[in-house]
Design a protein around this ligand. Sequence first.
Ligand SMILES: Cc1ncc(COP(=O)(O)O)c(C=O)c1O
Length: 390
Amino acid sequence: MKPFDVYPLMNVNIQNSLGSYVWDEKGRKYLDFYGGHAVISIGHSHPHFLERIKKQLDKIAFYSNSVQNSLREELAEKLGKLSGYPDYHLFLVNSGTEAIENAIKLASFKNGRTKVVSFQKGFHGRTSAAVHITDNDKISAKINKGFERFLLPWNDLEAASNIISQNDICAVVIEGVQGIGGVHVPTPEFLQHLEKLCKKNNTIFILDEIQSGYGRTAKFFAHQYANIQADLITVAKGMGNGFPIGGVLISPEFEAGHGLLGTTFGGTHLACSAGLAVVEVIEKEGLLENAGLRGEQIKKALKQFPEISELRGLGCMIGVEMPFPIRAFRKLLIEKFGVFTGSSSQANTLRILPPITVSETEVTEFISAFGECLSAFKKQPEYEPFFITK
Ligand SMILES: Cc1ncc(COP(=O)(O)O)c(C=O)c1O
């Protein structure tokens, strides 16, 4: 048997990791400013993360959700406090898309409606409801198109008012910062407007913080820049620093009922230990502050390159707009300069997503590799057709 070939693969075989670095099988070191799709939050192989998981593994890895699990209580308690949502409840799952699926389901249980509003260029996952509200028809099969959804333009107050005021929308789903779409930050006014519209029209307000949450933007959740509260918040990626865990933070307005939601693997002993290690490290090491400082350092340093037409984002979630498609540039950055960065659905946007533990020296190293790569890229004749200097 062979793996089902759905992923375009880079020619790198990662074998080892520590902090902001990974190593391939030949021992070549790479600076990781991507974290495997924004997953690595507290750095690869963080000692506290490893210790928590190893100790738990020696006791018990899994028992089902039919028994008491004090680790699950502890994770909910610590996450509630750290995220500023202490009175919310936590439902644990295994991935981002599963978190979205359950959030939409909860919304529909609550108000009995079926129409969903989401936003152009957004990404929410690949399972049935999540993929249907994702702005990419190529990844949505006929069977996924089971309810009416409206993909609205980003930051467009009027378009949102027109649809949500019809008073029959089940839920609005929005990313705290649009990630895969090219790192687009919603204006605080837009989020405040959506919050008000949702309240007025009995619509559930769902914040997808799967990529932008867990301190990545220097607040625990990106939507906290707008001083708003969501009814449901979805989390995954940075929550487990590579261990598969996701969750939905649920407002106390929602009534739980036995059997309403469920999953075999959500919130296992091992997953909760990984999740606990992450919140403990974020708190103990003051990582929200570090994400802010390092994000500013990256942006300030990148401003020296006149080729960059725009820098977007918050904290350690940065979109770099280049005047050419970044595909070949990103490849060169990995292959020649040993630096991982991310792409996005916008051809000219590079996504910078270092772990929020990243140090000042590592940022300097990144900037110098970026500059050298840009000089090398400009000299390569095959890249010239793309290149337009300002
Ligand atoms: C904002 C957002 N939501 C949801 C998802 C889906 O998460 P997963 O791949 O864990 O299902 C992603 C994944 O990239 C994401 O970026």
